[in-house]
Design a protein around this ligand. Sequence first.
Ligand code: SAM
Length: 236
Amino acid sequence: MQPRGLSVTEAYAVADRLPGWLTEDQARCLYDAAAAVPPGSTVVEIGSHHGRSAVMLAAALPPAARLVAVDPFPDDWRYGAAGTEAAFRANLAGAVLADVVDLRVATSAEVRAGWHGALHLVYVDGKHDYWTCRDDLRWSEHVVAGGTVLVHDAFSSLGVTTALVRELATSGTLRYCGRVGSLARLEVARPRLTDRLRVLKELPWWGRNLLVKVLLRLRLAALARALGHHDQADPY
Ligand SMILES: C[S@@+](CC[C@H](N)C(=O)[O-])C[C@H]1O[C@@H](n2cnc3c(N)ncnc32)[C@H](O)[C@@H]1O
């Protein structure tokens, strides 16, 4: 389905010009998930930055569906800067997607506190500390049975991973389906024991990614390369 007239390849050509953290495979995963929601439904994105992921989600939406993008754009965030909100708006307008995106300049917790209505897809890529991520995962309470929750940096961040593993170990309504790099795909469904065990199998990959991050901070990129990481940026 190409409701906005943008194929996944065209959407990625737009998104790839924007700063942000999303591989092509992850971008395609977002596009496919958004294309699968029913017409007229709502998708929520937590953490929008310059719109790299929002372009992929918005470009794939079926008719009458909308993307609610949530970001307070704090200047004091590591990559935050004055003008990020304006850049997001301009990037979505430039891709002729602004009319399907409802930007909320607020924290995830603030928007969720007043949220009513069912969702079919939530993308979590906001603040990466344990407590905020645990709170962000509560957006899944608004997702219909069989709906999807995608979590970025699921296996490359101390805070996100510990929040996610804790949630998936105890949740009776979220099952782990797999990952694209560090983008985890969850379904709102009763987890089986095999789903819970599958998460634990990812932990060596998480350990490798944390080690790569330490090596990059120590300027030991050659050692990171020996672990298969060929980028200057952290793994995601
Ligand atoms: C990793 S970036 C998101 C990247 C974006 N998804 C992309 O594709 O480029 C994290 C974002 O979370 C936002 N953020 C920080 N605190 C937040 C909060 N409490 N609620 C929602 N977003 C938050 C930051 O402003 C930042 O834009």
